[in-house]
Design a protein around this ligand. Structure first.
Ligand code: KG4
Ligand code: ZN
Length: 352
């Protein structure tokens, strides 16, 4: 059976609409359209995501992107068989925009709806790029909103190894960049500066060695003290800024790699997926790629970032097993991914 699944993503500051064709018998899929609207220019003025503005932008972008997806794919509205929408976790007002749009369409097109977990989207997104990937694998999800290390055993079977108790890795990059006077979101610029400098005479503490989860608050304080100490020279000494950026990048990547190495050792799993916006970081990529005896998978960058193709893909898997949501489907701004169940376990049980 062939199904056309519409995916909708509005959990944070990127609006995504995708159309995916899924052929159940062959378990094959094709992305017919994958539309994304970034809100960076709106939030840049405020140095971070403003939830109310993000929700308003989603409301504006959704119908536009939907129209573009139909045009690009040549699919008619009436040909859509199912709608997959991000239900959480994320910013409540933003999730509500996506859910409202999805429910309106489900009602008018008379097609079923399923609520998708955003992190499950990131965890399974590598399949959009790598058809040779098999369970189990370790997934490091590092973005502006999440930092999670998960053992992915099967669809819906996720064992949490580590999660951040405060900032996400991308936030640590962005906030450090702001301290160096780099405009939001400064992560990529900080990384470019860091890579322009071969080594740094500055040293930051090795953090999170004992703790179970990730935490970037201690490192943030150390970075802030280090930058303040040299503040008066920042504007006149670009080499000093690059050296500081180098030390900052090294300390963030070191914290991620320490936990990843430990997880590989403890689980014996030698397949690693790195995803999320921070997976663009060259230093992180090189460190992961250099892990001995480990197969590493990086999804195409467009599927590393927030996107609706991964939501449509997860939706298609869950639809296949009979999962359906009602029009009373609610947003879940907090929703630990390890609480999800495999689709067959939740078959016919509604939303969860
Ligand atoms: O997944 P993503 O596109 O969206 C959100 O989570 O909102 O991730 C964006 C994050 C930002 O924090 C950005 O600074 C960070 O990913 N980022 C990077 C790099 N490219 C993007 N951080 C470090 N190095 C990079 N090259
Ligand atoms: Zn995300």
């Amino acid at each position: 059976m062939q199904r056309i699944v519409l995916g909708i993503e509005t959990s944070c500051d990127d609006t995504g609409i995708a159309l995916l064709q899924y052929v159940e018998e062959q378990q094959s899929f094709k992305i017919l359209s994958d539309q994304l609207a970034s809100q960076t220019d709106v939030h840049k003025l405020y140095g971070g995501v403003v939830p109310e503005l993000a929700a308003r932008e989603h409301l504006r972008a959704l119908p536009v992107l939907f129209g573009q997806a139909l045009d690009q794919s040549g699919i008619k509205r009436s040909e859509i068989n199912a709608i997959a929408v991000t239900r959480g976790p994320g910013l409540k007002g933003c999730l509500l925009m996506g859910l409202g749009f999805a429910k309106g369409l489900a009602l008018t097109l008379k097609c079923p709806l399923v609520g998708v977990h955003h992190i499950e989207g990131h965890l399974l997104a590598p399949f959009l790029t790598h058809s040779d990937l098999h369970f189990p694998y370790l997934a490091l999800v590092v973005s502006g909103g999440h930092t999670e290390l998960i053992e992915v055993r099967a669809v819906g079977d996720y064992n949490l190894i580590a999660r951040t108790s405060d900032d996400a890795a991308g936030e640590a990059f962005d906030k450090s960049a702001a301290l160096l006077g780099i405009e939001y979101p400064g992560g990529p610029k900080l990384a470019a500066l860091a890579d322009s400098c071969a080594e740094s005479s500055f040293e930051l503490p090795k953090v999170m060695r004992q703790a179970e989860g990730f935490s970037f608050s201690g490192l943030k304080t150390a970075i802030s003290l280090l930058v303040k100490k040299h503040e008066s020279r920042l504007s006149s000494e670009p080499d000093l800024v690059a050296e500081l950026a180098h030390a900052i990048q090294e300390s963030i990547v070191d914290a991620l790699m320490f936990k990843l190495r430990k997880a590989i050792k403890n689980t014996g799993i030698r397949k690693v997926v790195v995803t999320g916006g921070v997976s663009a970081n060259k230093n992180l990529r090189d460190c992961v790629a250099n892990l001995k005896g480990v197969d590493v998978y990086f999804p195409d960058f467009r599927y590393c970032m927030d996107n609706a193709a991964m939501i449509a893909y997860v939706g298609s898997l869950r639809f296949k097993f009979g999962e359906r949501a009602g029009l009373d489907l609610e947003a879940k701004s907090r929703w630990p991914v390890e609480l999800l169940l495999p689709p067959f376990a939740s078959e016919g049980s509604g939303h969860e």
